[in-house]
Write a protein that binds this ligand. Structure first.
Ligand SMILES: CCS(=O)(=O)c1ccc(CC(=O)Nc2nc(-c3ccccc3)c(C(=O)c3ccccc3CC(C)C)s2)cc1
Length: 243
């Protein structure tokens, strides 16, 4: 890879993230001490399970739409064969959501940005999946500890999405070449900023996939309890990716 191609690739990854990050980091920071009052918390906790699930699913589907946009702006992603683009997004959308969500996490009071303010773990009680939410909070805590810059966040998202080891890929070699280029550019950025150490501290692949697995399990339990809600009320993109 030439120096110019490297610079262009770095610009592309950083711009792709900046243009699709949904909430800007500084705005999430400004709001981070706005927490829900006990009454507001109680209000959420008293919502029926199906209503809370529907709200959350709609929120993450909004966030995933930005993730799809991020992928489309990554140079090389849209040159991949269309089947592989779907495979990578199907496998990686939730993982990228988990990583991005850590930007909206306040690790000092263990709250996450949700519907306009920052919410404690207990707010999500009525979802009936405390283990999933707890592992989400733990992941956010560990990512917060790294204090990733938006540039690092952009590259971490890109290398997580372009994972050449997915079994169903038709053109694995093409994904692998793109992955290696972006990983090389990431290491180049980290060397320049003396942040190489974070590579060993990023959460392992299987930690992300375990939480994604847990999400799918909880979704199936929910669907057994409310068989029609998922079909009637969940957004098409969510159904395509997870059902
Ligand atoms: C992601 C881009 S961003 O600009 O940073 C951004 C943009 C917008 C927001 C606002 C937002 O939608 N916050 C949500 N928070 C959580 C949440 C909930 C429990 C713990 C941790 C975060 C949402 C979820 O529904 C969720 C997320 C991950 C796994 C599981 C779930 C619940 C299951 C039932 C789908 S939605 C936040 C951040």
């Amino acid at each position: 890879i030439s120096a110019t191609e490297l610079e262009l690739l770095m610009q592309n990854v950083i711009f792709a993230h900046q243009e699709t990050c949904q909430f800007r980091q500084e705005n999430l920071q400004i709001l981070r001490w706005e927490t829900f009052s006990p009454e507001e918390m109680q209000n959420f906790q008293q919502k029926p399970m199906d209503q809370m699930w529907e709200r959350c699913v709609c929120h993450i589907t909004d966030a995933i739409q930005y993730i799809v946009e991020f992928a489309k702006r990554l140079s090389g992603f849209t040159d991949l064969n269309p089947n592989d683009q779907i495979v990578l997004l199907k496998a990686g959308a939730m993982e990228l959501l988990l990583i991005r969500m850590s930007r909206a996490f306040n690790c000092f009071n263990n709250t996450v940005f949700f519907e306009g303010k920052y919410a404690q773990l207990e707010l999500f009680h009525s979802l009936g999946c405390t283990d999933l939410i707890t592992s989400m909070f733990d992941l956010c805590q560990s990512l917060c500890a790294l204090n990733l810059s938006e540039h690092e966040m952009a590259f971490f998202n890109a290398i997580t999405l372009l994972n050449p080891s997915y079994p169903w890929l038709q053109d694995k070699h093409k994904v692998d070449t793109l992955y290696r280029k972006i990983h090389f550019a990431f290491r180049h950025l980290l060397r320049r900023t003396h942040r190489e150490f974070i590579l060993m501290k990023l959460p392992e692949k299987e930690k992300l996939s375990n939480i994604c697995q847990l999400h799918l399990e909880k979704l199936n339990i929910f669907r057994q309890m409310y068989p029609t809600i998922a079909w009637e009320r969940f957004p098409p993109l969510y159904k395509e990716l997870f059902i």
